[in-house]
Design a protein around this ligand. Structure first.
Ligand SMILES: Cc1cc2nc3c(=O)[nH]c(=O)nc-3n(C[C@H](O)[C@H](O)[C@H](O)COP(=O)(O)OP(=O)(O)OC[C@H]3O[C@@H](n4cnc5c(N)ncnc54)[C@H](O)[C@@H]3O)c2cc1C
Length: 421
């Protein structure tokens, strides 16, 4: 039997029984017929969040942009659409999205389901752009959840962790298209964040800091700003003690910058600057593991100092670590629910045996800051601790029970971390 794995290759799905329907009617019929079923996006999650022991469903053939509504500035897509495809469509029609993750390869629906985010003080995670979603429930019936509905349930549906049913369509808010440029600086001392955290992160539309934790220094600062210039934006020689990069960079030491979006202040379309990685190239390191923790912006410097204290455990296992800011939102299961947030991310070498020993050490250090793990990455936290971090969890549990009373879309991950059984 074919073994079926996630993108990074670290997770083996429990079945290779994959359905690839051609249209929504076939999805409805399948859902009504199957005992248990889970949807796969592009399989970029690192844990068992999309696993099923019985049936996996890919919507890769449902990949059309359905409507562009210029009056209300919204676009409606089918659930197989990936950001890379949507971005090109939007740009060619004069529109943009407010933010993107580090890579454009992922599906919009799969990314929103796990509260995937980019960076930027004023940018909510990608799910905050969702205006409505169409879901096929366990009985095969279709239901639409929309921000316009007054019952407040919509905020529970968007970061749905794949538990509500099969999302078949999604409508997103869009913006007029804009140009951006990207600049990289080398070697920002961690201590600069003590007094200049806000100055550094509010200096541009989107800012990312990268470190290998070999020292108390960020090896790279990536600054993505909106621009109206036709030629390269001028770069200051210094940025809070960091020096202007003299050549293009890849965040992971030793990897080629060819895989990365254009830097050196050269202007270009929003979607070719906001992600770090280019659509037609391998993102990040390839064979890797990832973990990420969200803390309140207020605690971010202290949290980073706490990580700095254990960098001798982290650094040998690490490709690179990234720090980003995310605006607060109202989405029940978002790690940024009602909290201006900072995400501390780790791209690990593919050595799970060693990484799984270091995750509890990181989590212990971050526990005083009530750190919430990224839903789709690797963490060690016990369910009870995770539950205590989400005040809307009881409402979300009720919502899942309402949409899926028999647990057709539940799996070990959801049973353990959400339903608590
Ligand atoms: C190289 C790399 C870089 C990354 N960069 C970032 C980053 O910058 N920021 C960040 O926050 N995350 C990042 N991630 C994590 C990634 O964004 C998330 O794992 C995201 O959920 C992946 O989307 P996907 O399409 O692969 O969905 P999958 O991983 O396949 O699925 C994710 C969840 O969505 C559900 N789902 C998917 N489609 C549907 C549907 N139609 N209906 C119902 N449920 C559905 C699945 O069941 C599952 O629960 C990165 C991952 C990788 C591998």
């Amino acid at each position: 039997m074919e073994v079926f794995r996630n993108w990074a290759g670290n997770y083996k799905y429990s079945t290779s029984h994959l359905h690839v329907p051609e249209n929504t009617e076939q999805v409805q019929e399948l859902v009504a017929r199957c005992g248990r079923i889970k949807v796969l996006g592009t399989r970029h999650s690192f844990n068992g969040i999309s696993d099923s022991t019985e049936n996996l469903l890919s919507l890769q053939k449902l990949n059309r942009v359905i409507a562009l509504d210029r009056t209300s500035s919204r676009v409606t897509i089918e659930a197989g659409v990936r950001y890379g495809e949507l971005c090109q469509y939007l740009h060619s029609n004069g529109y943009a999205l407010h933010n993107l993750a580090s890579l454009p390869h992922i599906t919009v629906v799969g990314a929103c389901a796990t509260a995937t985010h980019g960076s930027g003080d004023l940018n909510g995670n990608l799910a905050t752009a969702v205006h409505s979603l169409e879901v096929i429930k366990a009985n095969g019936e279709t239901i639409v959840f929309s921000r316009d509905q007054q019952d407040g349930v919509f905020d529970g549906t968007v970061v749905g962790l794949g538990g509500l049913g099969v999302v078949t369509k999604m409508t997103l808010d869009i913006l007029p298209e804009f140009q951006m440029s990207q600049q990289v600086y080398d070697n920002l001392p961690l201590v600069q964040l003590k007094d200049h955290f806000d100055d550094i992160f509010s200096s541009a539309y989107s800012v990312s800091l990268f470190t290998d934790w070999k020292n108390a220094t960020f090896n790279q600062v990536w600054i993505k700003q909106k621009t109206t210039n036709q030629s390269s934006d001028p770069m200051e020689p210094e940025f809070f003690g960091a020096a202007r990069a003299t050549a293009r960079r890849h965040p992971v030491p030793g990897q080629t910058s060819e895989n990365c979006t254009e830097q050196m202040g050269i202007p270009g379309p929003w979607y070719e600057r906001m992600p770090h990685f280019r659509m037609d190239f391998t993102p990040s390191a390839g064979e890797e593991l990832q973990s990420e923790y969200f803390v309140s912006r207020h605690d971010a410097y202290q949290a980073l100092c706490a990580i700095d204290q254990i960098r001798e455990y982290i650094s040998p296992l690490l490709y690179v670590s990234e720090v980003r800011t995310i605006a607060k939102d109202e989405l029940w299961m978002s790690p940024c629910y009602k909290q201006e947030s900072v995400a501390i991310h780790f791209t690990w070498k593919p050595n799970w045996e060693a990484v799984q020993k270091v995750l509890p050490i990181i989590e212990e250090k971050l526990a005083p800051f009530h750190a919430r793990p990224h839903w789709s990455k690797l963490f060690a936290m016990q369910p009870e601790q995770l539950h205590s971090l989400y005040e809307k969890l009881p409402d979300f549990q009720q919502l899942l029970l309402r949409c899926d009373p028999e647990g057709k879309f539940r799996n070990d991950y959801l049973n353990k971390y959400i339903m608590g059984n």
